[in-house]
Design a protein around this ligand. Structure first.
Ligand code: ASP
Ligand code: MG
Length: 417
């Protein structure tokens, strides 16, 4: 069997869903099809959660945006008068009811139970559509099999239990195709959890590992792993082959190719990961595999926008030592924030983090108890892997560099966005 994963970009429109159908129909093997929320739905639902949790009046308006977006896709895919319209209407009725109550005190809990609807809705639409088009498949609500702890927004997967449940549920008796959600999961008491933003790749890798898949294919709107974002660069090239290690390094630096947790389950079982274009499905794309040989790599440019550069100096002027660092990191962890770059000096500690409006102020307030806090918002973290002098010149080109960090293969800059 194989695992196919379709990200948000590949199902952002009716045409995308049709392209998905064509790809699936051409495949002869048994398939687990893992789908993300359509287009930018997760961002839209985050706006819903933020309004809901903070008791803002625009909750229903934000929900309406989500509904209209899906309704348009459904109208284009199915015409009217189909069962899907009543299914969708019911989902949004229930969401409305949920959102007219008061939020609990846990942002992370509310986040997961609301944002997860993006994936439930996308898979409902796609699974239904495929069945109508005679591409027979079974819908699986993965929250019943992929089990995590209750660390909302970044659930830790209970691999052994999930494997057992996934094997039982997706045994391919009576169907060749399962359609299920990426990114979302459930606790043993059936609360909804998520695996962290962009977590669908990780879900796909987990199912592949649990079911001993031949391969995983991630279908994207680019033709493979590129050495730079084609939206930002004129000249880009495809990297046809990458080692697991290279892929982990790239995703750790913020490359949008795959979620950082994706590689480990695949590497352990030596399952290859293909990154392919759903627009040009006949092209080979890229493969991430167990390559040991040194593959020649071009410079790879990774831009991580919307960062904040924080500099912390202990108020008591004490050294930045282990206890200090560990308390800073536990604070970040309590906000589910990861540092994308860190730099220490004797009495100050700088780090880059993703900007998250919903929690930024309270996090800064907590830090201010013990530290002098300086920060620049709107900064960008640029990484060049396999850097050359020309590559650096091209990127820096007179920019004001706040931080520079260099190792043997990687150079990183923090610059104004
Ligand atoms: N829909 C989720 C997100 O946008 C998960 C994913 O796309 O992988 O983060
Ligand atoms: Mg995505």
């Amino acid at each position: 069997m194989k695992v196919y994963k379709f990200g948000g970009a590949s199902v952002r429109s009716a045409d995308g869903v049709k392209a998905l159908k064509n790809i699936i129909e051409k495949t002869t093997e048994n398939l687990v099809v893992v789908i993300s929320a359509m287009g930018k739905t997760t961002n839209m639902l985050e706006a819903v959660v933020n309004s809901f949790f903070n008791g803002k009046p625009d909750v229903m308006q934000n929900l309406r945006i989500v509904k209209d977006f899906h309704q348009n896709i459904v109208n284009e895919l199915y015409g009217d008068k189909t069962e899907i319209n009543s299914i969708l209407a019911e989902i949004f009725e229930n969401l409305k009811k949920m959102l007219s109550q008061k939020a609990s005190l846990s942002y992370d809990f509310e986040y997961d139970r609301i944002v997860s609807w993006g994936e439930i809705i996308s898979t409902t639409i796609v699974s239904n559509y495929l069945n109508l088009q005679n591409c027979k498949n079974k819908f699986v609500d993965i929250r019943t099999c992929l089990k995590t702890d209750d660390n909302y927004r970044e659930g830790n997967v209970d691999y052994a239990l999930s494997k057992k449940l996934v094997e039982e549920t997706m045994d391919f008796s009576g169907t060749k195709i399962y359609v299920t959600q990426g990114f979302i999961a459930g606790t043993i008491t059936n609360q909804t959890t998520t695996l962290g933003r962009e977590g669908s790749d990780y879900s796909a890798a987990l199912f592949a590992s649990m079911l001993d898949a031949q391969s995983v294919s991630i279908w994207k709107d680019v033709s493979g792993v590129m050495n730079a974002d084609p939206k930002l660069y004129n000249e880009v090239e495809i990297i046809p082959r990458l080692s697991y290690k290279e892929a982990i390094e790239l995703s750790y630096c913020g490359a949008a190719i795959i979620h950082p947790k994706t590689v480990k389950p695949l590497k352990n079982k030596k399952i290859p990961l293909y990154v392919r274009s759903f627009v040009e499905p006949d092209k080979a794309g890229s493969v991430i595999n167990d390559y040991y040989e040194k593959v020649d790599m071009p410079p790879i440019y990774i831009h991580k926008a919307n960062q904040v550069l924080l500099t912390l100096t202990p108020r008591d002027f004490s050294f930045i030592a282990e206890e200090r660092l560990s308390s800073i990191f536990s604070l970040l962890a309590s906000y589910k924030i990861k540092a994308s770059l860190i730099q220490t000096s004797a009495i100050s500690f700088s780090l880059c983090i993703d900007y998250n409006q919903a929690i930024f102020n309270s996090m800064i307030a907590e830090l201010k108890d013990d530290y002098e806090v300086l920060y620049n918002t709107n900064v960008e973290l640029i990484t060049i892997r396999h850097y050359t002098k020309e590559a650096i010149d091209k990127i820096i080109d007179g920019k004001n560099v706040f931080v520079e960090q260099r190792s043997r293969l990687t150079i990183r800059f923090v610059v104004p966005d």
